[in-house]
Design a protein around this ligand. Structure first.
Ligand code: PGA
Length: 248
């Protein structure tokens, strides 16, 4: 049985003052259940400060992407080693916004996953179909292709997290039906188990896309949903904690 994980993706949001929200989450976790891990992935500029403040708390900190290389002439990029050095324990990889805005292919995501493992980070690997692909009836094929291409064999025996995020549900307020979520999560679980055996059975599979306090309980109750990757609703401590509570 996979452990529950509630992860926040702050995207390109947050200044130093916003760390107060993360501190609110840390305080809230003290009084909350501990059936789930809790992670916030702030912009790179805040990873070090958030990790310093989170030390000794139950909050873990992650990056939002990393370069495949350890260091070098890659202006503007950040390596997995740098994230680990700043105190991160996780990193989101292959988010649809990275795939769309920065041309990250499945191969490139797989190389970044290798980098995360090399640096000792837990990768949170994202897959998801567009509305065009869903309407065409191709969702499960698209997901299978992304899983095949984005997950390197070296994940076998390692801690990793998968996130199913339908592109059309991200930031739109629209979510798939519970049946649609369950169908994709079950298909992902089957693929992971076939390919990675026990490792694939215990890897958490998160749902992401317009998850909020009002729908978290029912989504987290779907079979093979082991947590959430939350964008907008992770920016306010109260909302994020309410979602965390729903994972109890
Ligand atoms: P959202 O974003 O919760 O704002 O829809 C989710 C994500 O992109 O990870």
């Amino acid at each position: 049985m996979a452990r529950m994980v509630i992860a926040g993706n702050w995207k390109m949001n947050g200044l130093t003052e916003t760390l107060a929200e993360a501190e609110g989450v840390m305080a809230g976790l003290e009084a909350a259940h501990d059936n789930a891990d809790c992670v916030i992935c702030p912009p790179a500029t805040l990873v070090l400060a958030m990790a310093n403040r989170a030390r000794g708390s139950r909050l873990k900190v992650g990056g939002q992407t990393c370069h495949p290389a350890e260091s070098g002439a890659h202006t503007g990029d950040i390596s997995a080693e740098m994230l680990a050095d700043a105190g991160a324990s996780h990193v989101i990889l292959g988010h649809s916004e990275r795939r769309a805005d920065h041309g990250e292919s499945d191969e490139s995501v797989a190389a970044r996953v290798e980098a995360a493992l090399r640096a000792g980070l837990v990768p949170i690997i994202c897959v998801g179909e567009t509305l065009y692909e869903r309407d065409g009836g191709h969702t499960l094929d698209i997901i299978a292709g992304q899983l095949a291409g984005s997950l390197p064999d070296s994940l076998n025996g390692q801690d990793f997290i998968l996130a199913y995020e339908p592109v059309w549900a991200i930031g739109t307020g629209r979510t798939p039906t519970l049946e649609q979520i369950g169908e994709v999560h079950l298909a992902i679980r089957e693929r992971l188990s076939q390919r990675f055996g026990e490792t694939g059975q215990s890897a958490p599979i998160l749902y992401g896309g317009s998850m909020k306090p009002g729908n978290a309980g029912e989504i987290l109750g779907v079979s093979e949903v082991n947590g959430g990757l939350i964008g907008g609703a992770s920016l306010k401590a109260a909302d994020f904690l309410a979602i965390y509570e729903a994972a109890g």
